[in-house]
Design a protein around this ligand. Sequence first.
Ligand code: SF4
Length: 195
Amino acid sequence: MAKNCQSPTEIETGKIVGGFAHNQVMALADKVVDAVKSGAIKKFVVMAGCDGRQKGRSYYTEFAENLPKDTVILTAGCAKYRYNKLNLGDIGGIPRILDAGQCNDCYSLAVIALKLKEVFELDDINELPIVYNIAWYEQKAVAVLLALLHLGVKNIHLGPTLPAFLSPTVVNVLVENFGIGGITNVEDDIRKMIG
Ligand code: SF4
């Protein structure tokens, strides 16, 4: 059947910048730390996770588009396809979308967070200027979420909907102990997460 099909035709052209796994970001550590200290970067927004076909996932494109100009997106996984072609520019040479790679590279995002915690000499990972707006679709994203919870990360936003397989009891534990929340609309969520 494949042999009988027409070859695919290219539907778009262009370049996107990637390769910001932890080694690369840490090579820029001084620049990143200076940008945070000077206030040039106000917040990092982890927008990692999955993508899916639901129309409602355009939320993530709009969310990225409407983030204040002093924020930097940290991403890994398919979620990035919702916004990695947007021209969000850079902050003093640091691209506003730092793409670590595929979903397994969420490891890199965790390493970056832990390194920043060390550099800023913080006791609690939640004191970092990092917020989390994670898109999930399949089980691997749930494993990543569990890893973040293990690291003590709180107030993660999970969308576009909460997994149906989470029983009300489990949701209560996640909300009460980890402050996990869903998403609502772009405007309110940006106000809530970025301030
Ligand atoms: S778990 Fe699957 S859908 Fe989600 S980011 Fe990874 S490859 Fe993409």
